[in-house]
Write a protein that binds this ligand. Structure first.
Ligand code: ZN
Length: 254
């Protein structure tokens, strides 16, 4: 499968609005990989283009990367940085599948939905632990956080298995760790480097997780301005085999 990172920033994006920290200032002055739009990842699967999450900037990302085909959108969380761009799809020509667990879909409908979206989207519910079968690939969602509807996914195509955690804390269920076990690629949202918030796994903790679940490769994404700038983060992870820091526009093949 082919995976494209359209947006690799956390909730604020980089540069963050009205922030004069060193990281945001560098991003404003130097641009390039220092700039991160909010979270959106495109999985190109057999006969199916699947967008994971729908950043507030999705309209400009779709134009920037010349995306002309989409079959479905999979939501991992209802918050603005994950789903704030969904109204842009009021103007999408044709129908789209909208994959979301039922309570997550209810939250998205309360916060972001419109009548015009009903004419475009077909809601397909998914359930944690239950495989969603497509011809040629399958997706198994898992709960990324207790008590809140936030989900990670395991995508399997042939023998290749990619796990995306979305917004997970370091405290994962044994089930989620088993889903990650020896996967070919683990993609982890790590907004901060080593500032423990309780809500999000850090970059340092994600590297421990990778070792613990014996993932073959790991890509770090959903980076915020309190984390290290891209070049410094890249230098840090270079000491760990198989770890890469995502940047906007990065493509990987599994
Ligand atoms: Zn900043």
């Amino acid at each position: 499968m082919h995976i494209k990172f359209l947006g690799t920033g956390a909730a604020e994006g980089i540069p963050a609005i009205n922030c004069d920290c060193a990281h945001c200032t560098r991003a404003r002055n130097e641009g390039g990989k220092l700039v991160r739009e909010r979270n959106a990842i495109l999985f190109s699967l057999p006969g199916y283009e699947l967008l994971i999450d729908c950043a507030p900037d999705i309209r400009s990302l779709i134009n920037k990367y010349h995306i002309t085909r989409l079959d479905g959108i999979l939501a991992t969380r209802s918050r603005y940085d994950h789903m704030g761009g969904i109204k842009e799809f009021e103007y999408w020509p044709g129908g789209l599948d909208f994959l979301a667990e039922d309570s997550l879909f209810e939250a998205i409908k309360r916060e972001h939905w419109t009548e015009m979206l009903d004419a475009v989207m077909f809601h397909i519910p998914y359930y944690p632990g239950a495989s969603l079968y497509f011809s040629g690939f399958s997706i198994i969602p898992f709960a990324a956080r207790l008590r809140q509807p936030i989900f990670g996914i395991s995508v399997k195509e042939g023998n290749a298995r990619v796990v995306y955690t979305s917004d997970t804390p370091v405290r994962l269920t044994n089930y989620a760790r088993r889903v990650m076990w020896q996967c070919d690629l683990l993609i982890v949202n790590t907004p901060t480097f080593d500032t423990v918030s309780g809500n999000h796994i850090t970059t340092v903790e994600a590297i421990e997780l990778m070792k613990r679940v014996e993932a073959k490769q790991m890509i770090l994404t959903y980076i915020n301005h309190k984390n290290k700038p891209h070049d410094e983060l890249e230098e840090f992870v270079s000491q760990f085999q198989g770890v890469t820091v995502a940047y906007d526009g990065m493509v990987t093949e599994v």
